[in-house]
Design a protein around this ligand. Structure first.
Ligand code: ATP
Ligand code: MG
Length: 422
């Protein structure tokens, strides 16, 4: 036998058994996005490497060690997107979407990061995210957070905690940075090797460290909130006020700095304790400097991205309660005549009952084996058609999930019945 090939480490197949769950999640989220007037954008999975090194920042986990970067046949350096904000901004500049316009957009798709695979952390994973361009105030930050809050309602997920913080402006951060460097140099002995290096290149990122031995030291570090100017402070207070008024609870986490360099002012995460170390299911914030940094005109922007695999794991906990798209009916066919009439009847039913999910049996076999397949398909009803039914012009309808009596129906009654169950 020929050698079998396997998927690349950290990259997973989503098999048909699982895809209904993914679709349920994607459809629910899409419905909410529609409800807020966000429109979808689809950007390429491959971009020039420079797009990411210029936007995400040279001194970040992603750019330093996680990107899938390679030279193509022309010798150009390309990278599989590790996130989609940079691509959205690139596309927006390229197509003039930011000129005197407000844009509310969303995206979904694969992202790639060469990380150590573990539960909730993969090398190919999926994000759904949204971005709003052209709005500088806290009103849109609030809208974004309220929208994410509504996602959880739509999906029936509870127990997620909203953490928010503000990173101020880059000037405010510069003043704070000095205090932070000073604090870290007084705590040199607690810093790990990477943090010693980052104390010089990007000290704020040390606050984001996952190293358990450093958490106590990090908790004692000075907080940026104390270094904010008037406008940043007011921005943050208005956001908090909006959340209070909407009845959405939150905690202010001064250690929340986010992994990417382009954030300013508002940052937020939704966190759960149910997924172990990989507890952040949604992360976002304001990134007013990015459009300019990538060659566009100064454009305020705010956005977030959700880790779909992590949300799927949470949904799996309540799989049995979810309205997943299983077939409504499975048509069982006995004998040659039924075998040829069945597909025609199925077509007519599909015409007459829009939205009907019907599997027509193929491949023959005994009644028993066909009913087994019907049962395994997850269908609610079996529609049986044999010689006897054919001569009498009826179909036998049998519930596969409840103890309902089986019934014979004419095609006309069957249509009415199917309309009532879809
Ligand atoms: P972390 O601190 O967990 O590495 P991050 O700051 O790198 O997260 P973002 O770049 O903000 O993550 O991505 C947004 C969301 O995408 C994360 O909150 C998470 O839910 C998801 N995500 C990020 N990296 C991965 C991955 N390798 N596998 C699965 N999901 C991921
Ligand atoms: Mg990461």
């Amino acid at each position: 036998m020929a050698k079998q090939l396997q998927a690349i480490r950290g990259m997973h197949d989503i098999l048909p058994d699982k895809s209904a769950l993914w679709q349920y999640l994607e459809d629910s989220i899409r419905g909410v996005l529609d409800g807020y007037g966000y429109r979808e954008i689809r950007t390429p999975i491959l971009e020039q490497t420079e797009l990411f090194s210029r936007s995400i920042g040279e001194v970040t986990d992603i750019v330093e060690k996680e990107m899938y970067t390679f030279k193509d046949r022309n010798g150009d350096s390309l990278t599989l997107r590790p996130e989609c904000t940079a691509g959205c901004v690139r596309a927006g500049i390229e197509h003039g979407l930011f000129h005197n316009q407000i844009q509310r957009i969303w995206y979904r798709g694969h992202m790639f990061r060469h990380e150590r695979p573990q539960k909730g952390r993969y090398r190919q994973f999926h994000q759904i995210g949204a971005e709003a361009f052209g709005l500088p105030g806290p009103d849109i930050d609030l809208e974004m957070i309220l929208m994410t809050h509504r996602f959880w309602k739509a999906l029936g997920l509870d127990g997620l905690e909203l953490q928010i913080n503000t990173l101020g402006t880059s000037d405010e951060r510069a003043g704070y940075r000095e205090q932070l460097v000073d604090y870290f140099s007084r705590n040199q002995e607690t810093l790990d090797k990477e943090s010693v290096r980052r104390a010089e290149t990007n000290p704020l990122r040390i606050l984001d460290s996952k190293n358990p031995d450093m958490q106590e030291m990090i908790a004692g570090a000075p907080a940026l909130l104390d270094y904010l100017g008037e406008i940043s402070r007011a921005h943050f207070e208005q956001l908090c006020g909006g959340l209070d008024a909407a009845g959405v609870s939150y905690v202010i986490n001064p250690r929340l700095v986010r992994g990417l360099d382009y954030y300013a002012r508002t940052v937020f995460e939704w966190v759960t304790t149910r997924l172990g170390a990989q507890g952040t299911v949604c992360a976002g914030g304001r990134y007013d400097g990015l459009v300019e940094q990538l060659g566009g005109r100064t454009t305020p922007a705010v956005g977030f991205a959700m880790g779909v695999e992590r949300l799927v794991s949470l949904l799996e906990e309540r799989l049995s309660e979810l309205p997943l798209a299983t077939p409504h009916a499975y048509m069982v066919l006995m004998g040659q005549e039924a075998g040829s009439h069945g597909p025609i009847l199925s077509e007519q039913l599909r015409d007459q009952v829009p939205g009907l999910r019907l599997i027509t049996h193929c491949g023959g076999g005994s009644f028993k084996s066909q009913f087994k397949k019907a049962d395994r398909s997850g269908a609610a009803y079996a529609l049986a058609l044999g010689e006897d039914e054919l001569t009498r012009g009826v179909v036998t309808v049998k519930s596969l999930r409840t103890k309902e009596e089986q019934r014979e129906m004419t095609q006309q009654d069957l249509v009415i019945f199917l309309q009532s169950v879809i």
